[in-house]
Design a protein around this ligand. Structure first.
Ligand code: ATP
Ligand code: MG
Length: 261
């Protein structure tokens, strides 16, 4: 049975999508079977995996509205296959923004994704869900089916403040909707060790959250930022870059963590 993880942080632009696609590629590289779900109407994880969101026939939107199954809507990307780090993709585009409204009157609407994944979870080791920068119905659907949340964060002053809201939401979902849910870990991303404040916040994180802070640190690395314009994760775009190596190390850390879960 697959382990399902949401990559979530309601703060925008903190590195959720970069983490999702590179972790997916890193896991594929170390031999894991991975499904990557784009749960953000921006469709960045879809594009960043080499799938053109404008040309999608079926997306996560159809799955949430039960007009398609995951097996029907998922895709493979030629670019990922060529790069030797292939994972399956359940894509999204702006159509997904309408799902929130269309599901308003539906019973158990927060469990749509969970139900849909039951049919495929034997086929994967990992299912990774890229969440939008909000604590919306879409994010809730992700949290309802996940075993854990991976929280990417930049080591900046306001990062800790935003974390309180996320931790509270996760506690509520845990109490009311999904007993399996836990924060698997906080991932320090876009890290620049030359900046004293970042080192200080990093130390604070370790003091407050202890072993919940992943050992792997993702450095600020321009190759990771360049990769999406080529429609591939950094792990595929430039495997020898510091950023790519960090994500492969993170994939290995995740494999070890789930063995001890
Ligand atoms: P949103 O909230 O809009 O979904 P996000 O949290 O998914 O954003 P990303 O899109 O992953 O964030 O990253 C924001 C920007 O930072 C992107 O331009 C990305 O390329 C860049 N970026 C992410 N991680 C790194 C890194 N380690 N080094 C350099 N640039 C990075
Ligand atoms: Mg994103």
């Amino acid at each position: 049975m697959a382990k399902i993880f949401c990559i979530a942080n309601q703060k925008g632009g903190v590195g959720k999508t970069t983490t999702t696609v590179n972790l997916a590629a890193g896991l594929a590289k170390v031999g894991q079977r991975v499904l990557m779900i784009d749960l953000d109407p921006q469709g960045n994880a879809t594009m960043g995996s080499g799938v053109d969101k404008r040309k999608l026939e079926l997306t996560i939107y159809d799955v949430l509205l039960e007009s398609a199954s995951v097996a029907e809507a998922r895709l493979k990307s030629d670019k990922l296959v060529e790069g030797g780090c292939s994972y399956d993709i359940l894509g999204a585009n702006r159509e997904l923004a309408g799902a929130e409204v269309e599901l308003v009157d539906v019973e158990r609407r927060e469990r749509r994704l969970k139900q849909a994944l039951n049919a495929v979870d034997q086929e994967y080791d990992f299912i990774l869900i890229d969440c939008p920068p909000s604590l919306s119905m879409l994010t809730l659907n992700g949290l309802c089916c996940a075993h854990g949340v991976i929280v990417p964060m930049q080591c900046e002053y306001f990062a800790l403040e935003g974390l309180t809201d996320l931790v509270n939401t996760i506690k509520q979902v845990h109490a009311n909707l999904n007993k399996d849910l836990a924060i698997i870990g906080l991932l320090r991303v876009m890290f620049d060790p030359r900046i004293t404040l970042q080192q200080q916040v990093s130390e604070q994180l370790k003091t407050h959250f202890g072993s919940k802070v992943f050992n792997t640190v993702i450095p600020r690395n321009v190759r990771l930022a360049e990769a999406p314009s080529y429609g591939v994760p950094g792990v595929v775009f430039d495997p020898s870059s510091k950023g790519a190596q960090a994500f492969v190390a993170f994939a290995q850390e995740m494999v070890e963590r789930i063995e001890s879960l």
